[in-house]
Design a protein around this ligand. Sequence first.
Ligand code: PLP
Length: 402
Amino acid sequence: MSQGPSLSKRVQSLKPSPTLATDAKAKALKAQGVDIVNLSAGEPDFDTPAHIKEAAKEAIDQGFTRYTPVGGILELKEAIAAMLKNDYGLEYETGQIMVSTGGKQVLYNLAQAMLDPGDEVIIPAPYWVSYPPIVELAGGVPVILETDPANDFSISLERLSGLIGPKTKAIILNSPSNPTGAVYDRETVRRVGELACEKGIYIITDDIYDKIRFDGESPYNCASLVEAAKDLCLIVNGVSKTYAMTGWRIGYLAGPESVVKACTKIQSQSTSNPNSIAQKAALAALTGPQDCIQEMKKAFQERARAFVDGLLEIDGIKCPRPSGAFYCFPDMSAFFGRKTPEGNAIEGSLDLCDYLLDEAKVASIPGIAFGDDRCVRFSFATDMATLNEGLKRIRSALNKLA
Ligand SMILES: Cc1ncc(COP(=O)(O)O)c(C=O)c1O
């Protein structure tokens, strides 16, 4: 067998997505017949609503199976513009909108279009696992802004201001947040918007969970709260989480035309248009009945309350209540330094999650993957019976630590 030349340094230093890896491990164990309680999923457990699937079938039957414009079909861009107007009161022309293969590709395009080697992007921790690698793949440097679970993971404006320097290009805001479920209040978002204007940096606002909020408030972001920030604001969103469409791979960007054009150029030389059939499905999602969102949201909210109640009954767990999305991110550092029945020390979130998988057959994601080693991410994108079983097993496994 002959060996080819070495692969790039870029890919050698790239870590695979830990959330996808854990989910794959849990699914593989389940396939082997192991009774796994999977609390690691990053996607709704609901099926894509029927009218959306019908639109896709119709698209196939009508032969809508060819290349589309690189940045998406006009009707979908118009529907996105209408949604932004309706939800946020924001006006965007279709030339200020691009459709991509998921919100993840939007973020990837943005980093490629925006960053030169050494340029910095400020990322509040805990952060979604893919932000730092996406920045690094573009030669950029992630600069981490620490927050505290005891403070509901809120952003300190003073700390943020201290991190902005001549190389700072952008800050990423994600609210509701993966992994914490925390929502930034209006005042914080407004002040970040004003600071970005003062310093002349972009705000990448990842609003992918904006419709899964438990407080009944209508969504907001820097562009909707600070008029002057609109030209600096890059809105990232998509249909994956809101409409249970993770596999369809449709996300979108809205922002200044120059940035949208640059991102579309990157997309034209990488993936071209997002899937034509999925675009028609996304169009049906955005323009069709919206009651499916309420049903899912209600379920997530009930599960969040019950699951976090259960966690808080366990001595040593501290957990801020999530205000949105379908995750919670308890501080479990009280268990660090203890030993498993086999005598292995639990030294951090990786050890704890490994222990929970081996001992309790519960899959979760170590907080270190999100930039906070004190915590563990549990997803409640699963039914209540599974969540209750998970709680029982977690409690019993933690009780065995000495
Ligand atoms: C915070 C956040 N942003 C973006 C995405 C990307 O979603 P998609 O590429 O499915 O649109 C995810 C998915 O897990 C996420 O959690």
